[in-house]
Design a protein. Structure first.
Length: 67
């Protein structure tokens, strides 16, 4: 596992390294969001039209700092 995590940490995209964390939590299957919760998340998702649901770019909400 250490090798995989180190390899992932060494990647760069558009000059930015990723934040890499090893997830060891077991997730339940069959858990679904409500339509309202999914609609909120969809505001942060950009889809590639030709690949529809199979390609997404997720952007976190913009952080506005008071000057």
């Amino acid at each position: 596992m250490k090798t995989v995590v180190k390899f992932a940490e060494s990647m760069v995209w558009k000059g930015m390294p990723p934040v890499v964390k090893l997830v060891t939590t077991v997730y339940e299957t069959g858990v679904r969001l409500t339509q309202a919760a999914m609609a909120e998340l969809e505001t942060q998702v950009k889809r590639l039209p030709s690949l529809e649901k199979w390609f997404v770019e997720i952007s976190p909400p913009t952080l506005v700092l008071d000057a």
